[in-house]
Write a protein of this length. Structure first.
Length: 100
């Protein structure tokens, strides 16, 4: 994988504010690759090899968490992220709007 691309993704993830979330698609758009949300997810699965990044703040476009990463919900709850009854993040209230 291209190291420059990896660090572009990780730089954006590091900007997601405490208590907010971004989607894989949102990050893909920000790096100029709107069709590569899955690539963003793949890069984030290796993020720990490159440092400490708040990858727990990235969810899918419906607000679903990473399957099998049970700590993600706890980390987001500690930051005050709000969840809907179906277990998804309430994106209306917690999505990172870059122009804020």
């Amino acid at each position: 994988m291209d190291t420059d691309l990896i660090f572009q993704v990780l730089a954006i993830v590091s900007e997601i504010p405490h208590g907010k979330v971004a989607s894989y698609k949102q990050i893909a758009i920000l790096i100029g690759r709107p069709q590569n949300a899955r690539l963003v997810g793949k890069i984030l699965s290796y993020a720990s090899m490159y440092g400490d990044y708040p990858c727990h703040r990235v969810v899918n476009s419906a607000g679903r968490l990473v399957p099998g990463w049970f700590e993600q919900r706890d980390l987001l709850l500690e930051e005050g992220v709000i969840f809907k009854d179906n277990g998804n993040v309430d994106l209306k209230r917690c999505k990172w709007h870059i122009m804020e």
